[in-house]
Design a protein around this ligand. Structure first.
Ligand SMILES: NC(=O)c1ccc[n+]([C@@H]2O[C@H](COP(=O)([O-])OP(=O)(O)OC[C@H]3O[C@@H](n4cnc5c(N)ncnc54)[C@H](OP(=O)(O)O)[C@@H]3O)[C@@H](O)[C@H]2O)c1
Length: 258
């Protein structure tokens, strides 16, 4: 019997892959966006997780909510609204939340907000599952594309474990279709590479030849990354590598920001 599953952020880079996975698995998928949308085999609902507009319709009758929407500055507020809406209905939907590897180790405001959101969800009384993933390929590429504009490319002495959103989506869809598990093992990309090596991959993919210099700076944030706080090396579960991802985008697009 198919479940009715709501994907918040169904239009985002991860959310649309989750929608595709769930639709392919035969589930009845509803997707939330602030804009009117259609397609992808989902029933689209217009709603806003900050104002609460449309959320009653979005959550009505759903068995599972995969929360892929994110608001950089209001992550906690957005989750609270979703939880309030989820509690209105008669069902107690299983809430699946995507978080980030190292939210408890890296002192970034957004990470702190994600960690707080994890805790709010765990204390919500609703059945839940939390998956933390490492940095998506697109984010790592964007960071390096910015650095690659300089004549000499400065990179921190950090490592990344970029992961493909399609691999994360497969895991999230599997979790959404299963029983609530609380926090599960982190999900990381297939390779841990230094930022310098990743920068060279970006430069090579775009046909540029520049010198990459490794830099460091003081502070807790730098140190947390330098110590690998953003990694999950024991969970190198993703299969699509950063190089494969860049090859799919094509050379010309490699240095574009988005
Ligand atoms: N990027 C990474 O490296 C990384 C790594 C690990 C985990 N994650 C997590 O993965 C999740 C998805 O990230 P992403 O990069 O796929 O995000 P994204 O592409 O930026 O998409 C954000 C989504 O959130 C929706 N949204 C934003 N504000 C909303 C609001 N007020 N009401 C309703 N929907 C709203 C947007 O929908 P509309 O614009 O259509 O309304 C959009 O679909 C986030 O929780 C992020 O923390 C990211």
């Amino acid at each position: 019997m198919p479940q009715r599953i709501l994907v918040t952020g169904g239009s985002g880079q991860l959310g649309r892959e989750v929608v595709a996975q769930l639709v392919a698995a035969g589930e009845r998928v509803r997707a939330l966006s602030r804009r009117w949308r259609s397609g992808a085999g989902a029933e689209w609902i217009v709603g806003d997780l900050r104002t609460g507009r449309g959320l009653d319709v979005a959550v009505a009758g759903v068995d599972v909510i995969v929360h892929c929407a994110t608001d950089f500055r209001h992550e906690g507020e957005v989750l609270q609204r979703l939880l309030e809406a989820a509690r209105w209905g008669r069902q107690r939907p299983h809430l699946v939340y995507i978080s980030i590897a190292g939210v408890d180790r890296v002192p970034l405001g957004y990470y702190r907000a994600k960690l707080a959101a994890e805790r709010v969800l765990a204390g919500s009384g609703l059945p839940y599952t939390i998956l933390r993933a490492t940095q998506f390929h697109a984010l790592v590429r964007t960071l390096l594309a910015v650095a690659a504009r300089a004549p000499v490319v400065p990179v921190p002495r950090w490592r990344f474990q970029p992961v493909d959103v399609r691999d994360v989506a497969i895991r999230l869809a599997e979790l959404a279709r299963g029983e609530p598990q609380g926090r599960v093992a982190d999900f990381g990309g297939p390779e841990v590479l230094s930022a310098a090596d990743l920068a060279r991959v970006v430069l090579a993919a775009s046909g540029r030849d520049k010198r990459v210099v490794r830099v460091r700076w003081p502070g807790r944030l730098y140190r947390a990354y330098a110590e690998g706080g953003n990694l999950a090396p024991e969970h190198a579960d993703g299969v699509r590598t950063f190089e494969q991802y860049l090859a799919e985008r094509g050379n010309a697009a490699t240095l574009r920001y988005r």
